[in-house]
Ligand binder design. Structure first.
Ligand SMILES: [Zn+2]
Length: 58
């Protein structure tokens, strides 16, 4: 059972290409600040990133 690390991800919105930085353990859904498209949804502690991940930050 692998442990998922907490880290920040730089993602790019698939709709408008706006880049955002979000935490991979968001506790609620995250939407693009520019167009409102969904970037991530929370599934019990670990975020499911629906946007394109550009870079992992730590
Ligand atoms: Zn967008």
């Amino acid at each position: 059972m692998s442990k998922i690390e907490s880290k920040f991800l730089k993602v790019k919105c698939s709709d408008c290409a706006n880049e955002s930085v979000l935490f991979n353990k968001v506790s609620s859904s995250v939407s693009c600040q520019f167009c409102g498209s969904s970037l991530a949804s929370s599934t019990g502690g670990t975020a499911t990133i629906t946007a394109e991940i550009v870079e992992e930050l730590d």
